[in-house]
Design a protein around this ligand. Structure first.
Ligand code: R5P
Length: 306
């Protein structure tokens, strides 16, 4: 890395908190992009930078509305490239469209590939993402990429403890088994998984089986994202029915959709800790927000060193 990078906070909701955290960790002053929406609904971005030359990092989380955030991230990168900055990196704490990572039903796109390639077309050299739904999706980005894995860090900083023989880490589906194993190995407890089926047409989920013994134990469900809360609520209630003592959850991303907190409480969940990759308000004793910028900063330094 040649000198300190320019750190630009893109005008998408939630980018400020991570951008400021990363700027502190890198010892630089953040630069803010301006945003407005044209009367016809198109997005406008402006970001003025002095100098140019050195590398720049755009911090743009792809918060709701996700499509607008993706476009704003791309416009911000282009605005920097137009001012002579050749080496632009993108730190996307939440990378939208990551779950449509294959064709589930004939006629569907691979949305995450489209998003990665669209970003690459702006000339982004390196991409930092956090707990991508499927790590392999990053291979669709043609430049350097890093996928930060914050779940063990979030769990350590949450109030949920891993007590050998008493706590079990559970993935709510087969696709998340590696996540549960990673957290369990790092923290030294057992792990298992549920088998979830999602109806690809209605979106309805059901748990078909479980490969884990939870009777009388505390369970921590780990997942990449809590969106509607349907997966987590169902997993929590099933684990309680199977005799779990208490059920907590740790996720990298919490979308903060209205009513999801209430749905999770009703399902019997005792608490959820998630990263600060998106804008949402913590609720003392139930929703805990964990700052993961130190982890992202380490990964970003590695990406900038090449
Ligand atoms: C699914 O494969 C993901 O890992 C999450 O479990 C899921 O996308 C969460 O979505 P929701 O909260 O809407 O059930």
């Amino acid at each position: 890395m040649q000198g300190s990078p320019l750190l630009v906070v893109a005008p998408t909701p939630g980018s400020g908190e991570v951008g400021e955290g990363l700027a502190r960790e890198l010892g630089v002053e953040p630069v803010y992009g301006e945003f407005k929406e044209f009367p016809d609904g198109e997005e406008y971005v402006r970001v003025r930078v002095e100098g140019g030359g050195g590398p720049a990092v755009v911090v743009a989380t792809m918060s709701r509305p996700q499509s607008r955030s993706l476009v704003v991230a791309m416009l911000t990168v282009d605005a920097l490239r137009n001012q002579g900055i050749g080496e632009v990196y993108l730190a996307a704490p939440y990378f939208a469209y990551a779950r449509q990572d294959r064709v589930f039903l004939p006629g569907e796109p691979v949305s995450v590939r489209v998003a990665m390639q669209a970003l690459a077309s702006t000339g982004v050299r390196g991409l930092l993402v956090v707990e991508l739904h499927r790590a392999e999706s990053l291979s669709w980005f043609p430049g350097d990429g890093v996928n930060v894995r914050p779940l063990p860090y979030i769990m350590r900083r949450s109030g949920f403890k891993c007590r050998r023989g008493e706590t079990v880490i559970v993935s709510p589906d087969l696709g998340g088994r590696e996540r549960a194993e990673l957290v369990a190995r790092r923290l030294g407890c057992e792990w298992g998984y549920l088998v979830k089926r999602r109806d690809r047409v209605t979106g309805e989920v059901r748990i078909e089986a479980a490969d884990v013994e939870v009777e009388g134990r505390d369970v921590v469900i780990v997942d990449d994202i809590v969106s509607t809360g349907g997966t987590l609520a169902l997993a929590a209630s099933q684990l309680l029915e199977r005799g779990a003592r208490r059920v907590y959850a740790v996720a990298a991303h919490y979308l903060g959709l209205p009513g999801v907190d209430e749905k999770l409480r009703r399902a019997g969940l005792s608490g959820l800790a998630a990263g600060n990759t998106l804008p949402w308000n913590p609720q003392p004793g139930f929703l805990e927000r964990v700052d993961i910028t130190p982890l992202m900063a380490e990964a970003l330094k590695g990406l900038l060193r090449g």
